[in-house]
Design a protein around this ligand. Sequence first.
Ligand SMILES: NC(=O)c1ccc[n+]([C@@H]2O[C@H](COP(=O)([O-])OP(=O)(O)OC[C@H]3O[C@@H](n4cnc5c(N)ncnc54)[C@H](O)[C@@H]3O)[C@@H](O)[C@H]2O)c1
Length: 336
Amino acid sequence: MTTERRRRVGLVGCGEVAGYGHLPVLLGAERLDLVGVCDVSTDRLAAAPVPARVARCTSLEEMPDLDALVVTSPAGVHAENVGWAARRGVPVLCEKPIAVDAATSLAMVEQMEAAGVPLWIAFTYRYSPVARRIRELVATGAVGEVRALRMVFLWDLHGAFQDRVARTGVNQRRVGRMREGGPLVDCGVHQIDLARWWLDSDLQVDHATGLWFDEIDGVDAPEHVTTHLSGGGARVLVDISFAYGHRSPSRLPTFTYEVIGTDGVIRYRREERDFVLIDGDGRHELGWAHEKSFEGMYADLAAALHGEEHALPTGRDGLAATRLALDATSRAVAAR
Ligand SMILES: NC(=O)c1ccc[n+]([C@@H]2O[C@H](COP(=O)([O-])OP(=O)(O)OC[C@H]3O[C@@H](n4cnc5c(N)ncnc54)[C@H](O)[C@@H]3O)[C@@H](O)[C@H]2O)c1
């Protein structure tokens, strides 16, 4: 019996999402071997939750040989990390948004295509059992023709303050995300990607408005964006906020999907743990789950690296969602 070679994976950017999402799942993946992590911050590198056998590097040049690179650095650094992988012929799974502007996003996709190396985007929401079920129900006509999607995510990105109870300091993480394009570019790309995936169609931006709460130096983007898009015979509403109760010591996030069809409705409410289909026969419980899944995504990465069938979102998917998010955000700014 031959044993399958585990694929060697490196990760660059040992921050928040790497710590709670990527690294624990990568370390537990049966068909993947985490061989190196990289960060420019020696503190972050030292704190990375990985065993001693994993190489810790302050530069990608020090990484051991890789079958794939996972990019979890800030969006403004993705192009630099992906460029390194393109030059070495290493496939990449890159966090969203692909980059903070359309020209860089396109250049990254073209550079990887020219090198003949796969670029996949970490749209983790696609791997939730919820998102997969909605895609399957839409494709099989369970709600008839989809006429509208309503996708709402109102939260505060951990609040305005560094210490939200004492109301002191500034939450620099929230400021950083605003500098990277605001809620639609940073977060709403997930919803836009799901809409494209569920409707199996490209979209266009019809309308966008914004709300501003704080003045942040050098930032034009609103902290709350409401945009209407259309495509695949449906209207898509994405309503997304980084300022919903952001001055409060407690939080009250709202995360919902509604798929409104000619013959029924699918409704997902994350906080209420509610996921139902309502059709001509009545109400059907669909089985609530979290809105994202790193496990599902890494199972697909393992399949892709072993030459098996997979459904990883491509760099072109990342480019399309990022362009739409940037377009809607600039329309909201222009309409201020
Ligand atoms: N898919 C999801 O559900 C999800 C959730 C959160 C964040 N994200 C995305 O993941 C990415 C990272 O987000 P985060 O919240 O973890 O950010 P973070 O700031 O917490 O972590 C980024 C890390 O990258 C390091 N870094 C910066 N420049 C670097 C460079 N040139 N080379 C190597 N390392 C470098 C930083 O020191 C830091 O440790 C962003 O693109 C973000 O939008 C995705």
